[in-house]
Design a protein around this ligand. Structure first.
Ligand SMILES: Nc1ncnc2c1ncn2[C@@H]1O[C@H](COP(=O)(O)OP(=O)(O)OP(=O)(O)O)[C@@H](O)[C@H]1O
Ligand SMILES: O=c1[nH]c(=O)c2[nH+]cn([C@@H]3O[C@H](COP(=O)(O)O)[C@@H](O)[C@H]3O)c2[nH]1
Ligand SMILES: NC(=O)CC[C@H](N)C(=O)O
Ligand SMILES: [Mg+2]
Length: 537
């Protein structure tokens, strides 16, 4: 894995964000990326001496801890020896204060909300501080979220801004470029917050703004070529979704047909999905792709299984079996032709997956087992290549756009690997899949017709295997229900149900009841995540 992570730092100036566990930490990363500077979020437990690259600047995040908690996360003093600018935000300021010998105390009242930041005249007279506050008016609205605050600044520091309740709302070291701020510039409620982060990164750290997706494409292709070499071969699981398609496209541009994409037909794909994916990937993008039809095998393995986790595990394992068999077939073919054996595995891992798995508090409780074709055997010999490992979903979409992919693919809603199987409660049979598939097709078609597809982050129709009485053509029916789900979300970690116009719902419901055999009712899921999740299982 080291291969794919190290070199990005040689190509882009990197701001290091050390995560002390704040719920806003990833937002700092987002803000910096937005203005074209590469940055990485690492847990605060990262030893600076073990970092294989030198950051251009460091930001210390907020934290749910108090600096005087016995188990509070500590800053690695190595940060201050790097000789680069450092800015502490909230807990970051408090921990910096604590480390340099100042004092932090609990406030009388926890402060959560807006405050007016007064930039002190002393700041204007000092070039570093005025860089940090450039383009801000002397009074700026900022957002506070803290229960502790600095009560005495360390020797060698001075105050540069205050609020009514926080006399040390911003401080700096007298000589070194070390800053601390009590408020949260990363949340949008801090009106000039983005500007402060930008000033720190561009003016104080002098980071270059070369993190653009067009720059990334060329550099990534070059990097892949170097890793794979002139004869190496790569395989990868490709689903027709935006992540794996973008990854496959980059790989194809780098090494052509030495990349072997495998699309597994697991029998629980949507209507026409494999054919459409093939048309897009092979005909339009020129990718060397094999469709492995394992639909009967998946359905046979799922027979009689009703437990959601068991269904997910069966699908995950079957994916791996099929994928490994296909990989072996490619190897055998290579051996026969004298081509080099496959040495690498392409994965479409995104940055949120990486962030999630490196949290210093350890992995969160398992809500559901996400299938992962890449989650191959421990002793796997293939080396991973993950071109999207540093990117957020919106960056991947931008990449797809620049690579000339159709809008339809770029803006496609995510579709989970276990597909329709986790959208049919209970047992998955061919007949049940056919019902769910048809309803889903109608639903998405109507959403697109109404011009709502892009406003919705993800939508699907699920099948509830409960029966109710209805009447069709004067005849009694006793049939199942379709449950429609549509959510708005930016990160898929939390989500809200989409407020559909009634007339669109009416049309969808009427079409599904009329056109899908075996269904006489349609319900709309009006639950947010949490407490629900996006998928039903
Ligand atoms: N039917 C499939 N055949 C082969 N690989 C698959 C299939 N379904 C999923 N995968 C693999 O699992 C990975 C994770 O799936 P996931 O749905 O998160 O990503 P995606 O399909 O690439 O994009 P999207 O999130 O937009 O659907 C994919 O990138 C792909 O490598
Ligand atoms: O590739 C995937 N394999 C899976 O096993 C899987 N389970 C959920 N999802 C997708 O993850 C997002 C959050 O879903 P939940 O709220 O249901 O956990 C939603 O976008 C889901 O579609 C999956 N994607
Ligand atoms: N948002 C934060 O970083 C809070 C830091 C610390 N827990 C406080 O309450 O002051
Ligand atoms: Mg997918």
């Amino acid at each position: 894995m080291a291969d794919s992570t190290v070199q990005v730092h040689e190509m882009f100036d990197t701001i290091l964000i050390l995560d002390f566990g704040s719920q806003y930490s990833h937002l700092i990363t987002r803000r910096i990326r937005e203005f074209g500077v590469y940055c990485e979020l690492l847990p605060c437990t990262q030893k600076i001496s073990e970092l294989s690259w030198k950051p251009t600047g460091v930001i210390l995040s907020g934290s749910p801890y108090s600096v005087y908690d016995h188990d509070a996360p500590r800053v690695d003093p190595g940060v201050f020896d790097l000789g680069v600018p450092v800015m502490g935000i909230c807990y970051g300021l408090q921990e910096m204060t604590n480390y340099f010998g100042g004092k932090v105390d609990a406030c009388d009242h926890r402060e959560y909300g807006p405050a007016t930041l007064n930039i002190l005249p002393a700041a204007a007279a000092d070039s570093q501080s005025s860089m940090l506050f450039e383009e801000l008016s002397s009074e700026s609205m900022v957002w506070m979220s803290h229960g502790d605050q600095v009560s005495a600044i360390p020797d060698g520091f001075r105050v540069i801004a205050s609020t009514k309740t926080a006399p040390f709302a911003a401080i700096r070291h007298n000589e070194k470029p070390l800053f601390g701020i009590q408020f949260h510039p990363e949340v949008t409620h801090s009106v000039d917050g983005k500007q402060i982060i930008k000033n720190f990164v561009l003016k104080v750290c002098k980071a270059s703004q070369n993190w653009t997706m067009s720059e990334f494409i060329g550099k990534e292709i070059e990097r892949i070529r170097k890793i794979v070499g002139p004869t190496g071969q790569v395989i990868g699981a490709v689903s027709g979704g935006v992540d794996s398609s973008v990854a496959a496209k980059l790989m194809h541009m780098a090494i052509g047909d030495r990349f072997h994409g495998i699309l597994v037909d697991n029998g629980v794909m949507r209507h026409n999905e494999c054919a459409q994916a093939k048309k897009m990937l092979v005909d339009k993008m020129g990718i060397n792709l094999k469709i492995a039809d394992a639909s009967e095998r998946f359905l046979a393995n799922l027979k009689g299984k009703t437990d959601p986790e068991q269904k997910r595990k069966i699908i995950g394992n079957t994916f791996i079996d099929v994928f490994e068999e296909e990989a072996k077939a490619i190897d055998d073919a290579c051996a026969a032709t004298g081509a080099a054996p496959v040495e690498f595995l392409l994965q479409g891992t995104l940055y949120p997956d990486v962030i999630e798995s490196i949290s210093f508090k350890g992995p969160s409780a398992t809500i559901k087992t996400h299938h992962n074709v890449g989650g191959l055997k421990e002793n796997m010999k293939l080396k991973l290549i993950e071109p999207l490992r540093e990117l957020f979903k919106d960056e991947v979409r931008e990449l797809g756009r620049l690579l000339g992919m159709d809008d339809e693919l770029v803006w496609r809603h995510p579709f989970p690997g276990p597909g329709i199987a986790i959208r049919i409660l209970g047992e998955v049979t061919k007949e049940q899949v056919a019902i769910a598939r048809k309803a889903d097709y109608i639903y998405i078609e109507e959403i697109k017709k109404a011009g709502l597809y892009r406003q919705i982050a993800q939508a699907y129709a699920a099948l509830l295997p409960v029966k109710a009485v209805g009447v069709k053509g004067d005849k009694r029916t006793y049939e199942q229900m379709i449950c429609l789900r549509a959510v708005e979300t930016s990160d898929f970690m939390t989500a809200d149900w989409f407020p559909f116009p009634y007339d669109v719902l009416k049309k969808i419901s009427s079409r599904i009841c009329n056109e899908v055999d075996g269904v006489n009712r349609v319900v709309y899921d009006v639950s947010s995540k949490p407490p629900a999740t996006i998928e039903l299982e």
